[in-house]
Structure formats: C-alpha cells, structure tokens
Write a protein that binds this ligand. Structure first.
Ligand SMILES: N[C@@H](CCC(=O)N[C@@H](CS)C(=O)NCC(=O)O)C(=O)O
Length: 206
C-alpha cells in the first residue's frame, strides 16, 4: 500500500532521478504516481499548491507534508531504506557527491531551459545569445564530467543517478549534440550505467 504520492511526468529528467532511486532502493511500492502535465506557460494548479515553484518532482509524505525539489527528495528517500546509502556519510566523499549532483542538475537546468526556449517560445521571440549561453553551460559540465569520469564512484550513488538522468535527457532532446565523440570516457561510463535495470525501466518515451 503506497504511503507517499509523487507528482510525476515520464519525460521529466528530474522526476526520473527520483524514479531511478526508487528502483535502486526497492521502494517503488511505497509511492503512488500522480501524473501531471505542466510547463512555465501552462502551470498545473495541484503542483502549484504542492510546490510554490510550480515544478516537479514534488513528494507528498504520509503525514501530508510536502518535499521538493529533486535533490531534497533523493536525500529523503535515501534515508528511508536499509541498504547501502547512495549518499556517502563521511565528509569528503559526501561533499564531492553533492557537488557532482549540483553540476548534473545545472546541466539539466540548462537543457530544460533550452527546450522551453526552442519549443515553447514563438520563433520570432527567441534569443540566440541566451540559447548559446545555456548550451555553453552544458558543454562545460560535460567537459568536467569527462575529466572525473575515471573516478566516478563504482557504486551507483546520487551523483551517478543525477548524471545518468542528465545524459539521458541530452540524448532525448539534443541527439545531434554527438557528445560521445568529444567525451569518450564519459561515453564509456554512461554505456555501462544505462544498462542498469533502474535506467532501462525509466527511459523517457520518445
Ligand atoms: N530544481 C528542480 C527543477 C525541476 C524542474 O525544472 N522540473 C520541470 C520539469 S522537468 C518543471 O517542473 N517545469 C515546470 C516549470 O518550470 O514551470 C528540481 O531539481 O526538482
């Protein structure tokens, strides 16, 4: 019997992070999915009531309280299972993991904003310099992950979940980016990571 409700969309990469963690930690049965559709120009009233930022994921707990955003939800859910924690407890690995989580989210923020700018905004109002500024953020983040690819944790931790979901979203929305040619070590890491059952089960619909 589910005790929590997740505001959910199958295409949201931020929601996917939560779904991957639920798979990895065998907590799926605890969560009921409430599918919603929204965008900055077409907000969802229920989501707005749950999260004033009007964004998903948001998680309603058994006592009715609400958690957002994805990083907070991941940390909460990581404390609700009895397996190996996906966020290291000791200080240096913990800060390293959280910093990589933040960079993967920054990559995702840029990719989602590009999607909104190029999909939602009327063509005559698009701002090329702004778009290329966001694209540069993606490129710098990918270059950083390439540098640290060989030291990415062997365990599939919160940073790995965030990075895999970010790369999956780039592949979905920007297949022409061909990042694997420029970042071969990252490509090797992602090829292995993307075969995990949690990632196969949460692939976004095309
Ligand atoms: N920092 C947030 C970002 C969440 C986010 O941007 N979600 C998108 C869907 S992928 C959204 O809800 N967009 C609606 C909007 O921006 O109004 C998180 O980590 O949860």
């Amino acid at each position: 019997m589910p005790s929590m409700t997740l505001f959910y969309s199958p295409t949201s990469p931020f929601v996917r992070k939560v779904m991957v963690l639920l798979h990895e930690t065998e907590q799926l049965p605890k969560v009921e999915l409430q599918e919603v559709q929204l965008s900055p120009t077409s907000p969802n009233a229920e989501v707005n009531a749950a999260n004033p930022a009007g964004k998903i994921p948001a998680l309603r707990l058994a006592d009715g309280s609400l958690l957002f955003d994805s990083r907070v939800i991941l940390e909460y859910l990581d404390q609700q299972h009895s397996g190996q924690p996906l966020l290291a407890v000791s200080s240096s690995p913990r800060w390293n993991c959280l910093t990589l989580c933040a960079l993967a989210d920054a990559l995702l923020d840029a990719a989602v904003l590009i999607r909104y700018e190029s999909f939602l905004r009327p063509a005559d109002k698009r701002w090329d310099a702004w778009l290329s500024g966001q694209q540069d953020k993606i490129e710098r983040a990918l270059a950083h992950f390439e540098q640290v690819a060989s030291s990415l944790s062997n365990s599939f931790d919160l940073a790995a979940i965030s990075l895999a979901c970010a790369l999956g979203y780039v592949d979905l929305r920007q297949p022409e980016l061909a990042w694997r040619q420029r970042y071969p070590q990252l490509a090797v890491w992602y090829a292995a990571a993307s075969q995990r059952p949690s990632l196969l089960a949460t692939q976004p619909p095309l």
